[in-house]
Design a protein around this ligand. Structure first.
Ligand SMILES: [Zn+2]
Ligand SMILES: [Zn+2]
Length: 286
């Protein structure tokens, strides 16, 4: 007996009975009904209006009343990290928004769907003035960058964008970068720009990343932040997420994102893999 069924995109890889939507797989997700985790006293159900698509996860959801959802953690009082506002580094039970397991053994199914069910403690108000489609990618990609910026308190800084090619140069400068390094086109870039930065936020996750070249860019006492894909541990805490959303609403900031229909999720994830996103995709429920 099912207490409730949700409709959404699910994984169709042979051999895996697990339901999930994850673009790395193959772009062959199936639209079907699935059974969410059993509803508990601490859960909420949310009608999804928008869901961010990113390299590592499905990040945010929103209902008519403006609720965003982030990864979950144990939140136990005896958890050193959760009780120190570091739940995004929870060691006891970090639960990603999809393809993850809650402490009671139930699975998280992500947001390529009509509804989402999960712990209400990880759903929070999205400030008025911030559109759903804009808030969605902020809860993962945005938070990943905002969190270290908040911690290091650099304030008004010179921003250097480091990418492989110069194909994104014009847009990157347009959105506020002061300087641009194309690593595949600039011979000896690491030496040339050595000791010039106070903070490097790396969102590179490929195996070819040469860490030492980035470390060389740091000045004495500089900080290197690596967005660890496995475990999604970096992202940011709930309080940081709230600060970010309020900041974005106040400053009227919106990410550059293409809003696509949830119905074309398979095409969207394949476009994402091909690097076509400028610069995020958001799936919208009609
Ligand atoms: Zn914890
Ligand atoms: Zn992400």
């Amino acid at each position: 007996m099912h207490d409730y069924m949700f409709d959404g995109w699910t994984r169709s890889s042979p051999g895996s009975g697990r339901l999930m939507a994850r673009f790395e797989i193959d772009g062959h997700m199936k639209w079907e009904s699935y059974e969410p985790k059993p509803f508990t006293d601490t859960d909420i159900d949310i009608a999804i209006s928008h869901c961010g698509v990113c390299g590592s996860d499905i990040s945010s959801l929103r209902s008519g009343i403006g609720v965003g959802v982030q990864c979950n953690a144990c939140l136990r009082a005896d958890c050193e990290r959760c009780s120190a506002d570091l739940e995004n580094h929870c060691k006891i039970d970090f639960v990603a928004t999809y393809d993850s397991t809650y402490m009671d053994g139930q699975k998280s199914y992500g947001g390529y769907a009509k509804y989402w069910r999960g712990p209400a403690a990880f759903a929070f108000h999205i400030p008025d003035g911030l559109a759903s489609g804009a808030a969605a990618p902020m809860l993962c990609a945005g938070l990943t960058v905002y969190s270290p910026l908040l911690k290091t308190e650099l304030g008004q800084a010179n921003v250097v964008a480091i990418l492989r090619s110069s194909s994104k140069r014009a847009n990157t400068l347009k959105i506020g970068a002061d300087q641009y390094i194309a690593t595949e086109e600039e011979e000896g870039w690491s030496k040339k720009h050595a000791d010039s930065l106070d903070l490097v936020i790396s969102t590179v996750s490929g195996p070819g990343m040469r860490l030492e070249e980035y470390l060389a860019l740091l000045d004495v006492n500089g900080t290197m932040v690596q967005n660890l894909k496995l475990g999604g541990s970096l992202i940011g805490s709930r309080s940081t997420a709230r600060k970010m959303l309020e900041f974005a609403a106040k400053e009227n900031l919106t990410p550059w994102a293409d809003v696509r229909q949830l119905a074309e999720a398979n095409q969207v994830v394949q476009d994402m893999v091909k690097g076509k996103a400028r610069y995020r995709y958001v799936l919208a429920n009609k």
